[in-house]
Each structure stands twice: as structure tokens, then as C-alpha cells.
Design a binder for this molecule. Structure first.
Ligand SMILES: [Fe+2]
Ligand SMILES: [Fe+2]
Length: 179
């Protein structure tokens, strides 16, 4: 990457941080550090990844990057370990129900716009049937799945990339998601 590209990235990183820094410092958001989301990635880090991709992609598309980043940071604020959730509670539908739980927790601690609420509530679409209202919610449907995929693959990425042509092809076909 050239000097200009690096400067652009630094600037985007600073703008991104300004959008979400109050959320990052909040104890309820910090609590997500306790739970693993995918592989070795905590729920907090996953939300940060999704928030960043939301910010970059929405900015590039001329959408509300600030609101998309903030909703991204709160989209999985369900606050339990989902790996043991079904055994502990008998609820086998975490995948379908956690967007509503995240929204309720987020509402309790922050004031949200209708756009942010839609982004949080619809982020699992099309698994949850009711489609998004806002374009930013369609963006999180992509960025959340993409981040989840990368976090799950983790350290095996290089190996897969070298070994499997289909894996390389698939990543190239979704390279538009990369900021
Ligand atoms: Fe989620
Ligand atoms: Fe997520």
C-alpha cells in the first residue's frame, strides 16, 4: 500500500474511533470481552470488526456510516456464552432470538435511532424472516457473515488459501467487502 492509501486508512480509523469511542468505554459493551463469539475471537472484538466493516462499506456507498458503525458495535450485545446457552436454558434458538436480546440490552443503556434499531434487529436476515428496512441493515447482513467467517477460519486462512482453489475463488468474489 502506498503512502496515500495508508494516510486514507489512518484517517478512516480515526473517524471510525470517534464514532464509537463512547460505546467502547461503556461497561456493558466491555462485558462482551468475557464471551467468545467465533474461534478465539471475543464477542467484543467481533462487534468491533463488524462495526469497522460497516463504517467503511457504508461510507463508500454514501450511507450513514456513523450509525452503521454504532449499531455494528451493539449488534451482538446479548451478554451470555452462546456455546453453552442451549444446555443451560433449553433455548435452542439463539441464532433467531439474539438480535432481539441485543436490541433490548442496547435500548436499556443507549438511546438509539430507528436506523440503528433496524441494523441490530435485522442483522441475521435472511435467517430471521422480516427483511431490513434500511440499506445499512443489508450491509450488516454481509459484514457480519463475512467477519464471522474470517474469525472462524482464523489461523487456517493461509493454509486454506494455498491448498484450496475454491476457497481462493470465493474470497476473490467477495473482495468488495474488504475496505
Ligand atoms: Fe449476531
Ligand atoms: Fe455478529
Amino acid at each position: 500500500m502506498g503512502k496515500n492509501g495508508r494516510r486514507r486508512d489512518d484517517q478512516a480509523g480515526e473517524e471510525f474511533y470517534e464514532c464509537i469511542k463512547d460505546l467502547l468505554e461503556h461497561p456493558v459493551v466491555q462485558e462482551m470481552q468475557k464471551y467468545i463469539q467465533h474461534g478465539t475471537t471475543t464477542c467484543y472484538q467481533h462487534c468491533l470488526n463488524v462495526a469497522y466493516y460497516n463504517f467503511r462499506l457504508c461510507r463508500r456507498l454514501g450511507l450513514d456510516a456513523r450509525r452503521a458503525a454504532r449499531a455494528g458495535m451493539l449488534h451482538d450485545l446479548f451478554l451470555y456464552d452462546w456455546h453453552e446457552h442451549a444446555a443451560k436454558t433449553g433455548d435452542h434458538f439463539h441464532g433467531l432470538r439474539h438480535p432481539r436480546r441485543a436490541l433490548e440490552n442496547a435500548r436499556r443503556h443507549f438511546s438509539l435511532t430507528s436506523l440503528e434499531e433496524d441494523v441490530i434487529l435485522k442483522h441475521m436476515w435472511p435467517l430471521t424472516v422480516i427483511p431490513p428496512v434500511h440499506a445499512e441493515s443489508f450491509v450488516i447482513c454481509l459484514t457480519d457473515k463475512y467477519c464471522g467467517f474470517c474469525e472462524t477460519v482464523g489461523d487456517r486462512h493461509r493454509l486454506y488459501y494455498r491448498r484450496y482453489p475454491l476457497y481462493r475463488k470465493m474470497l476473490r468474489s467477495i473482495s468488495f467487502l474488504h475496505p
